[in-house]
Every structure is written in C-alpha cells, then in structure tokens.
Design a binder for this molecule. Structure first.
Ligand code: ADP
Length: 440
C-alpha cells in the first residue's frame, strides 16, 4: 500500500459517509433499519481503513529498518575508506581533493583536513605535471586508469615512486562528476625489484662463467688425455721389452713415470667426469648385473693398496637377490672412490664394505673405516668440489677433492642418496642407498 492509495481509500470512506448522511436526512428520519445499515457500512469502511493503516505502519517500519541498514553500510564503507592501508582520495573532475583517508594523509605528509580543497597536482613534481594533466583528461574521457607509475612528492617535497589507479564517479546519465584515486608507494618494491634484477644478473654471470669453466676443463682434459695415454703406454712397452737393458736407477725412473702418469690420468678422468656431470652431459648405461661380483672386483682391485698399509679389508654380503639394474662402470667408480678414500684416510685398523637390502626395491652399501674421521664442521663441505679437509693431513695423501663431488652427482643420476657419520680419531661410515633398479 502506497500513500496515494491510502489517501484515495480515506476519500472513499468520506464519500460513503456523506452519502449515508444525505440519505438519513432526506429519507424518513425514524428508520431504524437505515441507521443500522449505515452504522454497519461505516464500520466496514473503518475496518478497511484500519487494515490500510496497519499496512502503512508495517511499510514504515520496514523503511526505518532499510534506512538503518543503509546507515550501517555507509558507516562500514567510511571506516573501510578511513582505515584502508592504501591511500584513497576523492576529487572533483579538476583533481581538487574532496575527501582523503588516513593513509593518504600519511603518504602525502599533510593533515586530512588540510588536504581537502588542495589540487592533487601540487603533489606532482613540475617535470611530470604535463603528463599528469594528460592522464587526468584521459581519466575524464575513458573513466579509468590502472597501475600507472609516476613520481610524486609529499608535502615536504620528498619524492617517491607511486602507482596510481583511478576511476571516474559518474552521475545517473554516465557523466563524470568526480574521481576516486588509489595511490600506492612502490619505492620499496622498486628497490627490491632492482636488487632482484641485480642478483639475477650476477647469477646469470656466475652460471655462465661456471659453464665456461666446465667447458674449458672438458676440452683441456680431453686434449691432455691423449698424449698422457701415449706416455704411459710407451713407458710400459719400454719397461716390458727392454727391462734387462736398464740400470736399476733407470728402471725406477720409468716406474715413477708410469705411476705419476697414471695418477695424472686419474685426475684428468675425474675432471672430465665432473665437468660432464655439471653440464648434465653424463648419462648412465643401464644393464642387469650381479652387484656381489662388482663389490668383489672393487675390493680385489684395492686389496693390494690396503695390504700395503697393513689394513684389513673385509666384505659382508647380506643380500638374497644379487641382481641389480644400474650402470656397472659408474657404480664401480662411485664405490671404488669411497673404499679408496676409506683406505687412504686410515692408518691402522680395518675397512669394511657391507651390502644389504633395505627392502625389495632398495639396497644399501656401507663403507666403514677406523681412520682419522671427519669433524662436524668439515662434514658439511666434503661433498663440494675441490674441498679437502685439513690440508696438513690430506697433503700426505694424494687427491683432487673431486671424488666425493662426483659420488654425489652420480648418486643424483642414479636416484640414490648418501649419508656420513664420523668421529674424529675413530673413523667414518658412508652409507649409500640405491634403488635396486635404476630408472633410465
Ligand atoms: P680427495 O680426492 O681429496 O680424496 P674427495 O672428494 O674424495 O677428495 O674427499 C674430500 C675430502 O673428504 C678428503 O680430502 C678428506 O679430507 C675427506 N674424506 C673423504 N673420505 C674420508 C674418509 N673415509 N675418512 C676421512 N676423511 C675423508
């Protein structure tokens, strides 16, 4: 029921009552039935009026509720506006500030009440004011600007990098009557971005120089290997064919040439492997083989070395299924490295190699020694290339510091892991966990 309807209803009742009054005065005065009928009709009309009044009252209550809701909403938006972390401004179409929130007053370093009435352009440095005016026109015509970056200056004339998003406020005909602005100080972000870019560039340069280093290493090692193989080969031939013609001194010289040549070759091979692994060029040639036999071969090869040092070299094979899928040459290289180190860094006692299975899919090879051990601090670095612990000790033992780096990289290729436990003066335990079947 709206107000007009209610008024017409009241009008209707009034007409009805006038009509009835006319009839009573004109028609026979003492007619009781007419009086009763009149009163009844009046009652009916009154009831209708009551219903209409009730309806109006209800509508009125609803209107009060709506009004309250609107007030609450307005309050909420005002609070959101006031306490928003970003700076918000409302301006007219010329950029004159009508309203500003707290963040805006903080950003522009001026009290809110003083902000009102000022032109937003006074916070734009002279050099960029033309650009700003152009953007203002653009905003007026196109109704929106997004993430526009410009230098602003606060009331103290300190400039900062600002990101602006703005939209027009339109009347019901779509005509722009004002503008709302969101200002965000992005100086810190810009600085961080610049820093990231700098670090990325440094990173790129580092990667590039590391790649170049690996390439030089690979080429150099390759070029060295051929003549070195010839030196070792010819010295060997010399020794075998003319052994009786040499004096003991000459024989010793040739043997030293061969020994040092072989050491050098080992070093070059290590460098080649490492360069290949670092460049991701090294691939595994997978095949099925008997791991027990492989471990036997490794310990046989190193038996002489251990014997020379009076070290007991033991193997313990606790495995049911001895067949694995892996690259036998690379696995031999990996395990030989660990066993060789164990013997190299042990002066008395023993070195043991144990093979067991963790479950159907995994095998474990443990290399344990009673050698010099590795301190906790050094343990963190031993897998890094060219890292050798305690130079005074290792200087007596030969090595490049590449062995464990190669072991680690090979294990990554094989999908395996390595852990070390060690106590200085008591010995070390290297535990290699490998999938029984390595994935290609
Ligand atoms: P290196 O060619 O010097 O042996 P590795 O990469 O194989 O290089 O080993 C790095 C360093 O880790 C070694 O120089 C040595 O100090 C330490 N290390 C490796 N294995 C053992 C071990 N079993 N006992 C004590 N120290 C070890």
């Amino acid at each position: 029921m709206n107000f007009d309807k209610f008024v017409s209803k009241v009008k209707g009742v009034r007409q009805q009552s006038d009509l009835l009054q006319n009839r009573i005065t004109k028609e026979i005065p003492n007619r009781e039935d007419l009086l009763v009928e009149t009163v009844e009709q009046l009652n009916t009309s009154l009831e209708e009026l009551h219903v209409a009044e009730e309806e109006l009252l209800q509508q009125n209550e609803q209107l009060v509720e709506y009004q309250q809701e609107i007030n609450n909403e307005r309050q909420r938006y005002q609070e959101l506006f006031d306490f928003a972390p970003d700076a918000y401004l409302i301006t007219d179409t010329y950029g004159k500030i009508l309203e500003a929130n707290r963040a805006a007053s903080q950003l522009l370093t001026i009290e809110r009440k003083k902000l009102a009435g000022k032109l937003i352009i006074i916070f734009v440095p002279q050099a960029t004011r033309r650009e700003f005016r152009k953007k203002l026109r653009y905003l007026y015509e196109r109704k929106q600007i997004k993430d526009w970056e410009i230098d602003l200056q606060n009331y103290q004339k300190n400039s900062f990098n600002c990101e602006i998003s703005a939209s027009s406020i339109n009347d019901k005909n779509g005509r722009c009557v004002g503008m709302r602005w969101l200002l965000r100080d992005v100086s810190a972000r810009k600085l961080a971005e610049a820093k990231i870019r700098f670090v990325e560039l440094q990173n790129f340069k580092l990667k590039e120089s590391s790649r170049l280093k690996s390439q030089i290493l690979a080429v150099l090692s390759h070029e060295l290997r051929t003549p070195l193989n010839a030196v070792i080969g010819f010295s060997d031939v010399l020794l075998r064919l003319n052994r009786n013609q040499f004096t003991p001194q000459s024989l010793n010289i040739i043997k030293t040439i061969i020994r040092n040549g072989k050491e050098l070759l080992k070093l070059i091979n290590n460098m080649l492997d490492f360069a290949g692994l670092e460049e991701g060029k090294l691939t595994l040639h997978l095949q099925k083989f008997n791991i027990k036999e492989l471990i036997g071969k490794i310990t046989d090869d190193l038996y002489f070395f251990a014997n020379q040092k009076n070290i007991c070299l033991e193997t313990h094979i606790n495995i049911q299924n001895v067949i694995v899928i892996n690259d036998p040459i690379r696995l031999q290289q990996l395990l030989s490295n660990l066993v060789y180190n164990a013997i190299k860094f042990t002066e008395t006692g023993s070195v043991s190699v144990e093979l067991e299975e963790l479950n159907e899919d995994k095998i474990i090879i443990t290399i344990q020694d009673t050698g010099i051990g590795i301190s906790d601090i050094d343990l963190k670095h031993i897998f890094q290339a060219f890292r050798q612990v305690n130079q005074t000790i290792t200087r007596t033992s030969q090595g490049t510091g590449l062995g464990l780096a190669i072991v680690k990289d090979l294990l990554v290729l094989m999908g395996g892991t390595i852990t070390v436990e060690s106590l200085v003066g008591e010995g070390s335990t290297f535990r290699v966990e490998l999938p029984r079947a390595v994935n290609s």
